[in-house]
Design a protein around this ligand. Structure first.
Ligand code: NAD
Ligand code: TYD
Length: 351
């Protein structure tokens, strides 16, 4: 059995990864290390929680001794590092926790690997990162593996710092690392502070749809399961010490995304699209709002044969349907019910 430590496995992408990988890999034993912050919800991994090859450990990556303990107890050979503070708006309001978790937390994890992995054979530290580390594009061009780093928000700067430390541990200590930088993800179980789930829920409830600025900013959208399939591909076939950019060649302005959500929700509600679109409200822009992100995924496509399976239309349809059919999850997240559950079951730690 290979032991795979997944950090942040109760968050949006980490839980999608576990729901996909745990049943696919009975030969791997998954240890999910998560602090269960506001973004971590045990309900996201309910589908795999009873699997014989899955265990959960509540721990804070910022707690060096706790991270070391996990390595001593479970001896992981593969680490897939998702855990992070992930929301740009929160990083603008309160950057400190972003530096702590994303930078120091990653550093603690690397140190634990360095201490535990005397022999690098068969080991992989896979660092999950974002295209936001490359900063903003103008109207033209796309990010690729040679694009210099130029992060603009406290979130992206903290992720850029973590990418650099990961790379340095490979260069200096020979730690077997792989880095992937992915574009914006969407799909089921995404916390409804991010654009797509927020707009779906508000559109279902006739609430204002707050579009920052003029809605002209562009993001490159990828369905979360396509990201997870790409991670599994890089884990299996990617070269140690290398970076792969992941994106679905799916650029949309925010206004296009919100319009598509309105149309999908209108269809489900059996009303005219205009009745939902009229809730679109232009609000004050985000400070330092990056104009455009776009990824050139040629490398992962040509070298590893990965391409996305979902189009934006099919992925969005699935996502809208999921939020309609999973009101209990939404209510639990909104009312904080899951926080009470965590306090009862795990003793009330966590942010
Ligand atoms: P998320 O906010 O949904 O989940 C983060 C998870 O990390 C939560 O379960 C949380 O409890 C856990 N966590 C936070 N601080 C922790 C700590 N100190 N110790 C242990 N666990 C902690 O995030 P997400 O959207 O699933 O993103 C996962 C990763 O993917 C992040 O590294 C993010 O930078 C990266 N990424 C996200 C996107 C996106 O569109 N969401 C795109 C590209 C890359
Ligand atoms: P978000 O989902 O926060 O992801 P990121 O900032 O990491 O790209 O935001 C996606 C885009 O949507 C971004 O350009 C900001 C914009 N946005 C809005 O216009 N309104 C909103 O309420 C939110 C949350 C985001």
């Amino acid at each position: 059995m290979t032991t795979v430590l997944v950090t942040g496995g109760c968050g949006f992408i980490g839980s999608a990864f576990l729901r996909m990988a745990v049943p696919q890999h009975p030969d791997w034993r998954f240890v999910n290390l998560d602090l269960l912050t506001y973004a971590g919800n045990p309900a996201n991994v309910a589908a795999v929680a009873g699997a014989p090859n899955y265990v959960f450990v509540r721990a804070d990556l910022c707690d060096e001794a706790a991270v070391r303990d996990v390595f001593e107890t479970h001896a992981p050979e593969i680490v897939v590092h998702f855990a992070a503070e992930s929301h740009v708006d929160r990083s603008i309001v309160g950057p400190r926790r972003f530096l702590e978790t994303n930078v120091t937390g990653t550093f603690n994890l690397l140190e634990a690997c360095r201490a535990a992995w005397r022999d690098p054979a068969g080991k992989v530290f896979h660092h999950i990162s974002t295209d936001e580390v490359f900063g903003a594009l103008g109207k033209e061009g796309r990010f690729d593996e040679r694009t210099p780093y130029r992060p603009n928000s406290p979130y992206s700067a903290s992720k850029a710092a973590s990418d650099h430390i990961v790379r340095a541990y490979h260069h200096t200590y020979g730690l077997p690392v792989k880095i992937t930088n992915c574009s914006n993800n969407y799909g089921p179980y995404q916390f409804p502070e991010k654009l797509i789930p927020l707009m779906i829920l508000n559109a279902l409830e006739d609430k204002p749809l707050p579009v920052y600025g003029r809605g002209e900013n562009v993001r490159d959208w990828l369905y979360v399961d396509d990201h997870c399939r790409a991670i599994l591909r890089v884990l299996r076939d990617g070269k140690v010490g290398e970076t792969y950019l992941i994106g679905g060649r799916c650029e949309k302005t925010n206004l296009e995304v919100v319009g598509a959500i309105c149309d999908a929700v209108a269809e489900i509600r059996g009303v005219e699209p205009a009745a939902v679109r009229r809730w679109i409200t232009f609000v004050q822009d985000r400070p330092g709002h990056d104009l455009r992100y776009a990824i050139d995924p040629s490398r992962i496509t040509t070298e590893l044969g990965w391409t996305p399976e979902e189009t934006f239309e099919t992925g969005l349809r699935r996502t809208v349907r999921w939020y309609v059919e999973n009101r209990a999850w939404v209510e639990q997240v909104r009312t904080g019910e899951y926080r009470r559950w965590i306090e009862t079951n795990y003793g009330g730690r966590g942010a």
